[in-house]
Design a protein around this ligand. Structure first.
Ligand code: PMP
Length: 423
């Protein structure tokens, strides 16, 4: 038998169902996984890896957490989808609204892409304005309006936008640099009355992790409020990862709309957008802004999300995530310094990125100045030693509750050898 990747390529474009999986940025052949347990994944040949991808964020409780698995199995026996309301949707919606004060109502969808796309439609519908503002290097999924200077996957492939996005639509999207409050204020002062919304990742995660500068999110809040512009926080990655009340709780910001995904589906397809009762009343069937979905609020996904949020409610869960990620940060910096390899590490809670060969990274330009060849070499060394990192410099590494001292120490040991090998 050939490698499963060769067979996959016969039927699937590039052999993958999402481009970053293809290892184009790091070279080599993608690993095909057969199984995951806790912080570990096992490939089709039985080789074991410590996993820092965690399905790109959802698996904050680790792979195949027994509570999540039991809930999914139990629900599967009761039916996998109704296309009619079920109480699980209300339960997860209530859990989100209780944790996130800016959300009085949430609408479930099936992917982060749908959540941001729908939030933008709502902002446009509610304001009667067409133009939007996004941040250079922030990624919000692949909806047409948002596929402009959109970080990670595109950065990895060096694609500025995408063919197939009509120029007329792309022209409605303004792009300003991350952490540049003055540029945002200038743009809104100039064109505020034409702009429906600003969408931003509160912690950028798709140019690699880049925290917001002190006062940056507050400045966006102030400028958007001044011009009647809807502020959308895309918390698809940060939501319930960096804090129980998401990044908006961590940084004490109250957006008009929020987008969630990843963690709220616990590894199954669920995402959501939410905001004030007044704004969300614009959404059909209460209001005229249309949005729908055959599998929206899917019972299996609701159960997985509910169980995951419950696991995160255990006393000390976020403290444990913080402690583990902080330990990893400190130890990686130590072994990099020992090996004489120049790195910058950005971290917010249990999401972090190790940038190679640069000074501080505060925006996409800074991230792009990093040494991607070095990252690729490091990635290959780590993979060889049984540590599965995101296969691109411009991605976040995710630490889960299943990453214990054993996994962290094994990772640091592999990193020490890998730094030495690429020096
Ligand atoms: N927003 C952010 C901040 C994301 O990180 C992602 C996915 N990485 C998305 C939106 C899109 O989510 P999905 O892949 O579920 O469509």
């Amino acid at each position: 038998m050939g490698h499963p990747f060769d067979e996959a390529k016969r039927y699937i474009p590039g052999g993958v169902n999402s481009p970053v999986r293809a290892f184009r940025a790091v070279g080599g052949t993608p690993v095909f996984f057969a199984r995951g347990q806790g912080a570990r994944v096992f490939d089709t040949e039985g080789k074991e890896y410590i996993d820092y991808v965690g399905s790109w964020g959802p698996l904050i409780a680790g792979h195949a957490h027994p509570n999540v698995v039991a809930a999914i199995c139990e629900q599967a026996e009761l039916g996998t989808s109704f296309g009619a309301p079920c109480e699980l949707e209300t339960e997860l919606a209530r859990m989100i609204c209780e944790r996130v004060p800016s959300c009085e109502r949430v609408r479930f969808v099936s992917s982060g892409t749908e959540a941001t796309m729908s939030a933008i439609r709502l902002a446009r519908g509610a304001t009667g304005r067409e133009e939007i503002v996004k941040i250079d290097g922030c990624y919000h999924g692949h909806a047409d309006s948002l596929l402009v200077q959109a970080g990670s996957g595109l950065a990895t492939l060096a694609i500025p936008g995408s063919p197939g996005v009509p120029d007329g639509l792309a022209a409605l999207t303004h792009v300003v640099p991350f952490n540049d409050a003055a540029a945002m204020q200038r743009l809104l002062d100039e064109r505020g009355e034409k702009i429906a919304c600003v969408i931003v990742e509160p912690v950028a995660g798709n140019m690699g992790v880049v925290p917001p500068a002190a006062g940056y999110l507050e400045a966006i809040r102030e400028a958007t409020a001044k011009h009647g512009v809807v502020m959308i926080l895309d918390e698809v990655m940060t939501g319930f990862r960096v804090h129980r009340s998401c990044a908006q709780g961590l940084f004490d910001i109250r957006p008009d709309l929020s987008c969630f995904g990843k963690v709220i589906g616990g590894g199954l397809p669920a995402a959501a957008y939410g905001g004030s009762a007044e704004l969300m009343a614009q959404v059909a069937p209460d209001g005229p802004v249309y949005q729908a979905g055959t599998l929206s609020g899917n019972p299996l996904a609701m159960r997985a999300g509910i169980e995951t949020l419950k696991i995160l409610d255990a006393p000390g869960a976020y403290e444990k995530l913080e402690r583990s990620a902080a330990k990893l940060e400190g130890e990686l910096l130590r072994v990099a310094a020992d090996a004489g390899v120049e790195v910058t590490l950005n971290r917010v809670g249990a999401m972090l990125t190790l940038f190679f060969g640069t000074g501080t990274v505060t925006d996409f330009e800074g991230a792009k100045a990093s040494d991607t060849d070095r990252f690729a070499a490091f990635f290959a060394q780590m993979l060889e030693r049984g540590v599965y990192l995101p296969p691109s410099q411009f991605e976040a590494w995710f630490v889960s509750l299943a990453h214990g001292d054993v996994e962290l120490e094994q990772t640091v040991h592999a990193a020490a050898e890998s730094f030495a090998a690429i020096k």
